[in-house]
Design a protein around this ligand. Structure first.
Ligand code: AMP
Ligand code: TRP
Length: 328
């Protein structure tokens, strides 16, 4: 079975963007692939995190994976920091990467622009991500559009290692949804929906209560026209809402256009809100059950156990090829 790996940072409330861009594909892929899904806590600390909040969010993201439909009997769900080889292989790849290629990463440029002091971890972040993926020789990496450049770098680093030290790492492929790879902010159709946006009205959190979801959608920015038409260049906000609708109600963009022809935005937004509420309702219910049962600790423990053997083997082989004296 081909292997899949992906990760999400426990750095805030997960949004509908995370769900549509990434988690929905995780759930689909677990049926046909060997899957590894991680809460990437080591990545989260590349920006300051309050210790108690980091712990809580790590548990919350893992529980959301399960609530969204990831079956721990089919996929391994684990915390990155529970499997030590991630950090170690990450260091090895940091030494293989060039300053120039890391400076070109748009996520680094976005997150560091205008800041007086920028953590060094934020800069080398992509080499740790490469290690996450290559440790398991993953074939496929389901992510949203914003991670494409990091995946390219991962492929370059794998090839660089293979060239220098002999073929060892699988060069992974990204797996990016056709519609919904970049869900945009509700208040600005040119910015991606992000859990780190200080304005909560800009995103729908997976755990937002129904009334909050309704309010956020009714207040979402739209253009001054009244046509429900998919045209991301000219109508970015409406097109974004249509992508969300398409995913939540299982309708094509054409079906949505046909349904709201001549009706303006009001009816469309109302139905959209109900579609999002019904999509998230079962997830929220399962989430509450999982959190109160405390089962997430066992799931994470089992997940880390499942993947540890592979991770240690890969790390050992990489170190051997690079010329480290291995303990006998
Ligand atoms: P992050 O929240 O940065 O850890 O992202 C976790 C996953 O969700 C990655 O695969 C991202 O590409 C994806 N993702 C995050 N925000 C969005 C968005 N607004 N639209 C689509 N995918 C997203
Ligand atoms: N960098 C990814 C993000 O911010 C998270 C991530 C870390 C990841 N390691 C990964 C995604 C490995 C896929 C595979 O979204």
């Amino acid at each position: 079975m081909p292997r899949v790996l992906s990760g999400i940072q426990p750095s805030g409330q997960l949004t509908l963007g995370n769900y549509i861009g990434a988690i929905q594909n995780f759930v689909k892929l677990q049926e046909t692939h060997e899957c590894f899904f991680m809460v990437v806590d080591l990545h989260a600390i590349t920006v300051p995190q309050e210790p108690a909040a980091l712990r809580e969010q790590t548990e919350a993201v893992a529980a959301l994976f399960i609530a969204a439909g990831i079956d721990p009997n089919k996929a391994s769900v684990f915390a990155q920091s529970h499997v030590a080889p991630h950090a170690e292989l990450g260091w090895l790849f940091t030494t293989l990467a060039y300053m120039g290629e890391l400076e070109r990463m748009t996520q680094f440029k976005d997150k560091s622009s205008g800041k007086d002091s920028v953590g060094a971890g934020l800069f080398v972040y992509p080499t740790l991500m490469a290690a996450d993926i290559l440790l398991y020789n993953a074939d496929l990496v389901p992510v949203g559009d914003d991670q494409k450049q990091h995946l390219e770098l991962t492929r370059d680093l794998a090839q660089r290692f293979n060239q220098r030290y002999g073929d060892m790492f699988t060069v992974p492929q990204p797996y990016i949804p056709k519609v919904g790879a970049r869900i945009m902010s509700l208040d600005d159709g040119t910015k991606k929906m992000s859990k780190s946006n200080p304005n909560p009205a800009s995103y729908i959190a997976l755990l937002d209560p129904p009334d909050v979801i309704r309010k956020k959608i009714s207040r979402a920015t739209t253009d001054s026209g009244r046509e429900v038409k998919f045209n991301p260049a000219e109508k970015p906000e409406v097109s974004n809402l249509m992508s969300i609708f398409s995913h939540c109600a299982d309708l094509t963009l054409e079906e949505i256009e046909a349904r709201y022809e001549g009706q303006g935005y009001g009816a469309f937004k109302k139905d959209l809100a109900e579609a999002v509420v019904s999509k998230l309702e079962p997830l929220q219910k399962r989430y509450a059950e999982i959190r109160s049962s405390g089962e997430i600790h066992d799931i994470l423990k089992q997940g880390a156990e499942n993947v540890s053997v592979i991770a240690h083997q890969t790390l050992r082989e990489a170190k051997e090829r690079m010329g480290f004296l291995l303990p006998r």
